[in-house]
Ligand binder design. Sequence first.
Ligand SMILES: C[S@@+](CC[C@H](N)C(=O)[O-])C[C@H]1O[C@@H](n2cnc3c(N)ncnc32)[C@H](O)[C@@H]1O
Length: 462
Amino acid sequence: MARQPVEIELQIHSLSDQGLGGGEHNERPVWVRNALPGETVRARILKRRGGQRCADGQPLEQGSPDRVPSACAYFPRCGGCATQHLAPEAQLAHKAKQLADQLQLQGIEPSSWRSPVALLRLGYRRKARLGVRLVGETVLVGFRESFSNRVARIDSCLTLTPELSRLITPLKTTIAQMSEPHTVPQIELAQGDGQCAVIVRHLQPLSAGDVALWQSFAEHWRVEVLMQSKGYDTLKPIAATQQQMQLLHYQLPEYGLTLGFYPHYFTQVNAPMNRELVRTVMGYLGNLRGRVVADMFCGIGNFTLPLARAGALAIGIEASAEAVAMAAKNARANGVDSRCTFHAADLYGDTGGLMSQGTSQDNGGAPQSGIDAQLNHFGAAPEALILDPPRSGAGPNLPSWAAMSSVEQIVYVSCNPVTFASDAKRLHELGYRLAKVGVYDMFPGTAHVETVGNFVRQTIGG
Ligand SMILES: C[S@@+](CC[C@H](N)C(=O)[O-])C[C@H]1O[C@@H](n2cnc3c(N)ncnc32)[C@H](O)[C@@H]1O
């Protein structure tokens, strides 16, 4: 017989960076989903993790003034979101506080703050990786449940765009009709401005019936279906008439740009917020005409192409050779290829650092390795850098980039306030002041914090 979860009552005094209410019971920390600071909650312990407890909570009496009814019926069990019970303004304040706390921890005081930026609250999410699980005869397709590896029972999702959300139920039906439904562990969804794509990971070869099933899914829902038997290099369109994957596209209308991408590439999930990010970065850089700017971790050119359009000489560097090729293709398609160049490099590895100190002109003609030649592609070293790294931050080569004597400004886009703050400290030690910083609600309702910071080189005595 399954053990009944233990029920306790406790006071919540904090909200974690995962959106969990924090309290104590029997002198042990307890993290409670659906609980807010100031509330007394009845909580069911769902999981023990080391000395800590993870629980599901219900407020007793009146809840926190920041509590709102969740718009989503699957919250808080579905782990796709973390803070649907928190008022939108309080979510923003919580994200801004996390950033402020991390900066304070590192001893960094920004010269000014931008108010948190929020746009679409629901229906914004254009990319998702969903788990698939067979429970008896029932197929589940969804995010993982919080505190568990189980797939949440959902029929739709309010954070996904309506065009992607409406596919969840038909995906479940279609997988259930396959000859071996348990051989599909995962589905990925992606959307451009309009078009949608579905990646179906399958562990065994498909039968003729399975192929016909997915072909009719693709036709009926007017989406591209790609079957993936192993790595992404095995992606194959299901449509009999199609040899090649189709490109998805998104636009950056302020810059007259259309960027193509394949569904498995990195793209920012929230299209209106991405436009705001690009606008912010470009605003910080100011007049770009004739200036050399390097876009580190450039992906498919989301910032590089606007730079080039605005008159800069833009250098994009990125680890993924596929993304670099796509960025170059996007530059050609938008007629800005004469003003930008792209290079594949592991920016965390030895060759991602500069071999010379200062500019390459200071290098005395010594043979170059590292990314010196790439950063000097236009015959002058960059005056400004954009950094948009993964969660782990800018990495070990940051000091060598920031030490280039030509660099006056660094605009840093971050998806992790912890690494942003520790990199801010490193930049401060290298002579850069955090002139302005703010959070951007890229994933409302979730714990994700997106930050843009503008660092400027301190003038002597400045
Ligand atoms: C947060 S994304 C930003 C992409 C792009 N700036 C955008 O806005 O779409 C981070 C990028 O860093 C790239 N990346 C990850 N590890 C890297 C590494 N070691 N060296 C260079 N690029 C890396 C990823 O491929 C991804 O494109």
